[in-house]
Design a binder for this molecule. Sequence first.
Ligand SMILES: [Zn+2]
Length: 416
Amino acid sequence: MRKVSLLIGPIGQLVTARSIPWMYGDDVLIIENAGIAVDGEVIIDVGPWDRIVREYNGRCRVPAEDSLVTAGLVDPHTHLLFMGSREDELELKLQGVTYEEILRRGGGIYRTINATVNSSDDELLKALLNRLFNVARFGTTTIEVKSGYGLHPSQEIRLLRIINDAASKAPVDVVPTYLIHVPPRDMDRRAYVRSVIESLNDAKGLAQFVDVFCDEGAFTVDETREILREAGARGFRLRLHADELVYMGCSDLVSEFEITSVDHLLNMPERNARLLSSRKTTATLLPITILTLMTSKRPPVRALREAGVPIALGTDFSPNSWSLNMQYAMELATYLLGMTPMEVLMASTVNAAYSLGLRDRGVVQPGFLADIVVWDVPNYKWLSYELGRNKVSVVIKRGRVLEATGEGAVISKGCD
Ligand SMILES: [Zn+2]
């Protein structure tokens, strides 16, 4: 009998993709009465519980009778680092006041930028860590965090340093992204794009991705192209906020650059689904933002599915879209976007990992990281079906069981 650090089982229902990315169809494994053997940070065996329990002696055991077990959730699109809030703008939005008018009154994104820039490193780190501890309660084990509320490049670099500092202290893995968010109002646009490009060297080692908000009111296709070209040349992976508010050709940039993920896509023409498919680009959809935008627009899910584009889901946590809970994005993906429960689960685990260029997680198979969630539901369909409850019962991150504390935070628990 081989000694291992952790056994999970017996498991009511285990559901996982077999490989990365999940490309629809039946490339999934569903095992009833399953077991998982974990040693250190890695899954070493998956199979029927009778066999697992015969072959391995686990120092710890997590029982999961009548429960669903999946890979840990991956949230591939968040704006987790900012100060302040904008709840008072909600009533203005409901009265039909336009975003442009809210901006004119000193609200909107520039208000968040002011609050962020005027906060100390310690305050920002504390706010970010608090959010990172909380996402784990909802089953998220890996999360992308964008800069973007510093505006001026020196502030963006400062935010990236804080993200990296938080990453070293957080219970979940963090993927830092340098987001080029909006042009400042007090600076010539050309000069701003130049200063962004100059700052890319300072961002090396602090961010894995460069992301540009390509849309009306943010950056033009030409400006985005210039930033992507320089970022790509410096070895950054690329992602885009594209076609969210209007279509002006942002998603077409996939034909010119190796872009790992294009996100939002509410106004993407259906024909571009084939383009994404041919370039193996992920479509990351953000249904919570569809709700908070109060729009009737929807991303072209059917066209993406038919073209075989891997779809990922994210929260898009921001002052305008305040939810740390990936399960909420999953629920809305079914009820707002018509994604099936299996599509939703794959979009929140294996395909979300793929959209971050991560090939070592999102799948419950030997050799993958032991990032695993035990759910207080009987089967995977229930994750989409039941709304508004935190359905997590146990979160395992890199082979360690996380435990909720009174503050709503989560800490690693030893098990020897
Ligand atoms: Zn975003």
